[in-house]
Ligand binder design. Structure first.
Ligand code: C2E
Ligand code: MG
Ligand code: MG
Length: 577
């Protein structure tokens, strides 16, 4: 042996033995080298083993004498990758002090082991010291800990962390690997009514059910080798890497749903569950894990909202609609303040004489990015957010100002009523009487030239404050009309007790090709007249309809046959002012 060896680190320690000056004799060094528990060998510049100790022989399952003159890089795997190989060469040539790496080694007997391999330059020598420490136990422990960290203790399935790790890996691999499909898919599943099982039968039963569900899901995913994970609670995900297309995911969702249909037997009890599944499938390139999960979450929500126990496929259009709904809802109130709304007016025409009796004010949102939006896009949102109150106030004032303008334009013409739609929430959440009074006072419009349109559902069951408001409005001389009549309760007897003066018959009724509709309309009109109500037919689109509705006794008609909703100046022209 050339050069002194300090046999420190003789156990399975992982640090390389420190080579220092010592006053031991070469014989003592040799003895220490042989007795050490750490596998070691002295390697020459040529990379051949000059001598190996017993511990290395045991580690590799071979006689240490047989290692002599063999290339150390062979049994240590140092040749496996170029970078390590180059570093190893540098250590042997004395250009680098040390090399340290972890390798998977195969023993002569075939058993695999994980080893930490260190090669150190021996001072004052041309040789290097190779040490090999078995770190398999430590690796195993680490792997077991990782398994615990990455799996759900109840079902044994991969958990959320592992799922996201695999998803991120799959997205990266699908983009990097040529030759694959480059697509990825996901079934995101939630059990319907699982909470009820937990609440009524206890968490034990809930856990057993989840485990049984996990088993069936695993069986569904096994043929394709797909990952099944429990993302939390009663949510599971099946990840399809290298997806072949949407149909593969749909097939998988159907298989899962069929598999879950059979009742579950847990602790002598038969339990039936169903699942809602959101299905997402798309190219991996440009897809981010969070975005994919968000799409899956939205789709699962649709599956639930559409009636549960079903799969639903992600629909970009439906998603865009949802996004614009959110965006619109957020920007409604500031848009009212910025004055982004405009009114159009549609004439209400006497069916018998063709004279324009009034106009309905219909609001539009002149959206800076999306163009003109019809009320169906935002009135519901405005009601949800409460923005309907300031918006409704603006509509009311603008319509009254315009109506007053027309009145002044044609002082001798027949009176022209402006009809303004009022949402339920305006009746409940704001002082409608005060708002109307302010609009009339502010614009100078006489109350009898204003009509408010409320839907049946808004006035049905009305009692207390809202009814009081309607009475006060009626007492002021403002007309109250029931909009879209015929689509709701159509309870005329009840309506007669409310301060209502007009019915607007819904378009579906007017268009009704059903002969029975005609008889119904006729009876309705007769009854309405007996109760002192006038009747306007909505959505009159043809001369034939106008004629028929007139014959049935309707007083006025509104619809494309007469005019589309138009800006105020077009109404002025129409009135010949
Ligand atoms: P509505 O009060 O029943 O208004 C009549 C709707 O029918 C209008 O739709 C009108 O454009 C449309 N229409 C008119 N003639 C015809 C026709 O011949 N055929 C067909 N198919 N449709 C016709 P628009 O303007 O889209 O308004 C939709 C609804 O939005 C209105 O229904 C009303 O309920 C609501 N709305 C409009 N403006 C306001 C408002 O200022 N406040 C509130 N709360 N709701 C409003
Ligand atoms: Mg209306
Ligand atoms: Mg209507």
């Amino acid at each position: 042996m050339s050069g002194p060896l300090d046999g420190q680190g003789g156990t399975s320690g992982t640090m390389p033995p420190v080579v220092t000056q010592s006053n031991l004799t070469p014989q003592e060094f040799r003895a220490a080298f042989r007795a050490a528990h750490l596998g070691m060998a002295v390697v020459g510049r040529d990379g051949l083993v000059r001598t190996a100790n017993d511990a290395l022989g045991v580690l590799l399952g071979t006689d240490p004498a047989r290692l002599q003159d063999s290339p150390a890089a062979e049994f240590t795997g140092l040749r496996d990758d170029t970078r390590t190989w180059l570093k190893y060469r540098e250590v042997l040539l004395g250009r680098r002090d040390r090399l340290h790496c972890t390798r998977r080694l195969r023993q002569a007997g075939g058993r695999g082991l994980w080893a930490e391999v260190t090669v150190t330059q021996l001072p004052e020598s041309h040789d290097a010291l190779l040490s090999v420490a078995d770190v398999s136990d430590r690796r195993d422990l680490r792997a077991r800990l990782r398994h615990v960290r990455m799996h759900d203790p109840v079902t044994g399935l991969p958990n959320r962390s592992l799922f996201f790790e695999r998803l991120a890996g799959a997205l990266a691999a699908a983009t990097a690997l040529p030759g694959g499909t480059g697509r990825i898919g996901l079934c995101y599943l939630d059990l319907d009514g699982f909470k009820a099982v937990n609440d009524t039968l206890g968490h034990g039963a809930g856990d057993r059910l989840l485990t049984a569900v996990a088993g069936r899901l695993t069986a569904c995913a096994a043929p394709g080798g797909h990952l099944v994970a429990r993302l939390g609670g009663d949510e599971f995900a099946l990840l399809v890497e290298e997806s072949a297309g949407t149909q593969q995911l749909i097939d998988l969702a159907v298989t899962v749903q069929t598999a879950l249909q059979r009742p579950f037997e847990t602790a002598g009890q038969q339990l039936s569950v169903s699942a809602s599944i959101g299905v997402v499938e798309r190219p991996a390139a440009g897809t981010h894990a969070t975005e994919l999960m968000q799409a899956a979450d939205t789709t699962l929500y649709w599956a639930k909202a559409d009636g549960k126990a079903r799969w639903t496929l992600f629909d970009p259009e439906r998603n865009a609609h949802r996004m614009t709904r959110q965006a619109l809802s957020r920007t409604l109130r500031p848009a009212v303040e910025r004055g982004e709304f405009a009114l159009q007016y549609q004439p209400l025409v006497g069916l018998a004489d063709g004279v324009v009796r009034g106009v309905e004010a219909l609001v539009r949102w002149c959206h800076p990015q999306l163009g003109t939006l019809g009320p169906n896009r935002f009135i519901g949102l405005a009601e949800e957010t409460g923005a309907i109150v300031p918006l409704g106030r603006w509509v009311l004032t603008t319509a009254c100002r315009q109506a007053r303008h027309w009145q002044l334009e044609r002082p001798d013409g027949p009176p022209l009523v402006v009809s303004v739609n009022v949402a339920v929430r305006q009746v409940w959440d704001s002082d409608l009487v005060a708002d109307v009074a302010a609009a009339l006072a502010g614009t100078g419009l006489p109350p009898h030239l204003l009509q408010l349109e409320l839907t049946e559902s808004a006035v049905m069951g009305t009692a207390g404050r809202p009814l009081q408001q309607l009475r006060e409005l009626s007492d002021m001389g403002v007309a109250i009309a029931i909009d879209d009549f015929g689509t709701g309760y159509s309870n005329l007897a009840y309506l007669s007790r409310l301060p209502v003066s007009a019915l607007k018959l819904d378009g579906t009724f007017v268009h009704g090709r059903n002969p029975a509709d005609e008889a119904i309309v006729e009876a309705l009109v007769q009854l309405a007249h007996r109760l002192g109500l006038t009747v306007t037919a909505e959505c009159v689109e043809s001369a034939e309809q106008a004629e028929r509705l007139g014959r049935m006794g309707c007083d006025t008609g509104q619809g494309w046959f007469y005019s589309r909703p138009v800006p105020a100046d077009r109404i002025s022209a129409l009135l010949g002012a």
